[in-house]
Ligand binder design. Structure first.
Ligand code: SF4
Ligand code: SF4
Length: 434
């Protein structure tokens, strides 16, 4: 149905999108590896609690770690086989508990119970049970999002995929279109019949054309600009509503879900399969054959890279996620998780690694900031350990999009500095302001 007029937000940056490296690669199913290493902390909130022990036989789709409290998520096995260990391993986010399952390659599967998919409350309950979290990278438990106290009249699907290099959502929209649309309809039902909007950057005309054939979708083309997919920027661009400082999207009657989150809802309800795999983009000029891959949760990054032909000789930097908001990996030693939209391998030239120098007060960072912050002052006061002063400049409102660091001619680590400041401010707040 309606394709609405082109929209955007104030601020932001124009970044080469680099999507051509992988946008034409159809989704390939990567065979599950011999062993999967599944973390119990793949979401915002409390880690899940293992419910299996060493030596247990498990099936694909079997619960192996149970949600602990309201903000948490269930974790399921992505293969059938035997639990080889439940142990702590070092990750870039610190020590985490992993459940290691040795694949027996029998692919025996257990399905969730059937539910009444005309019942919104039953859909929402199933979303929680299936361990679905925000697959755009944030990992917030989706059950919490689709059961807000506020009345929601807009379900906004974030199909902007504004991070350079990433193309997995694009491919899902083109190749799994019906599953995506059905998932969005189910989410809308859980939200009491919210109207469905889909925000798509205009560098994906094939998606805009394909989705516009569905009568119940309102497709909104968005100007290609980073961070167009930031929640607040997207809501403003599509609905004109402004999310207040410190407020959640629900306060404006909007629920924002990622493309693959919608597809995961389809899988959990129509196929009765919980979340144990996702489509991710493996790309960058440092990877020999960039691909979009359907990957079993817990697959080692090293095996994913090997499946893509390995790394080039001039590969220098690895990132989990996109180049703007992803996490730099000191070593390529992680394991695929629910929130991994990409695995990026950059060459020396692409990474453009340079030592930071002193701020030259050019104010480019402030002009680029979509939250209208002054990153140079937050950085300055953080370096001087004056965190509360930095807080007065809105450090806590930073969405960590990286637009400021991208434009900074002095290559200052503005995001790292602001993240550190936010951590210190949280500590100060927990200590009662002292
Ligand atoms: S200060 Fe935060 S919100 Fe503003 S551009 Fe930098 S990272 Fe993005
Ligand atoms: S862009 Fe960099 S050099 Fe310019 S004001 Fe901001 S921090 Fe300073």
């Amino acid at each position: 149905m309606p394709v609405l007029s082109k929209s955007t937000f104030k601020g932001g940056v124009h970044v080469p999108d680099m999507k051509a490296l992988s946008s034409g690669s159809a989704i390939e199913v990567m065979p599950a590896p011999e062993r999967v290493f599944i973390s119990v902390q793949q979401h915002i909130g409390k880690p899940a609690v293992p419910v299996v022990s060493e030596g247990d036989a498990v099936k694909k789709g079997q619960l192996i770690a149970s949600q602990d409290g309201f903000i948490s998520a269930n974790v399921y096995s992505s293969v059938s086989g035997e639990v080889e260990a439940v142990k702590k391993l070092a990750t870039n986010a610190g020590m985490q508990t992993f459940i290691v399952v040795k694949n027996d390659f029998k692919d025996e599967e257990v399905l969730l119970d059937e539910i009444d998919d005309s019942d919104g409350a039953a859909i929402a309950k199933r979303v929680g049970e299936a361990g679905i979290v925000g697959l755009g990278g944030a990992g917030f438990p989706t059950f919490v999002k689709i059961t807000p106290k506020e009345k929601i009249d807009v379900l906004l699907i974030n199909a902007a995929e504004c991070e350079p290099y990433l193309t997995c959502d694009h491919r899902v929209l083109i190749e799994y279109t019906e599953q995506f649309v059905e998932g969005a309809r189910l989410a809308s039902k859980a939200l009491g019949g919210a109207k469905i909007f889909v925000g798509v950057e205009d560098n994906k005309p094939d998606v805009i054309e394909k989705l516009s054939s569905f009568d119940d979708l309102n497709v909104v083309p968005l100007k290609k600009k980073y961070p167009q997919g930031g929640e607040k920027q997207l809501i403003f661009a599509v609905t004109g509503r402004k999310v207040g400082i410190g407020k959640l999207p629900a306060s404006t009657g909007v629920c924002v879900l990622n493309v693959q989150t919608a597809r995961a809802i389809y899988k959990a309800i129509k196929e009765r399969r919980p979340l144990y795999e996702r489509v991710m983009t493996v790309t960058g000029k440092g990877v020999k054959t960039p691909k979009n891959l359907l990957v079993a949760n817990g697959t080692p990054y090293t095996e994913i890279l090997a499946f893509c032909g390995g790394m080039t000789d001039d590969a220098i930097k690895a990132v989990a996620g996109g180049p703007m908001m992803g996490k730099v990996l000191p070593f390529v030693n992680g394991y695929a998780k629910k929130t991994d939209s990409g695995l990026l391998i950059l060459t020396d030239k692409e990474a453009n690694v340079r030592e930071p120098s002193a701020c030259i007060n050019c104010s480019r960072c402030a002009k680029a900031c979509p939250m209208k912050l002054m990153p140079m002052y937050i950085d300055l006061f953080t370096l001087e350990q004056k965190y509360e002063r930095a807080g007065e400049y809105g450090a806590m409102n930073c969405i960590e999009c990286g637009a400021c660091a991208y434009v900074c001619p002095a290559k200052r680590d503005l995001v790292g500095s602001i993240q550190y400041c936010k951590k210190k401010l949280r500590e100060i707040s927990a200590q009662g302001g002292k």
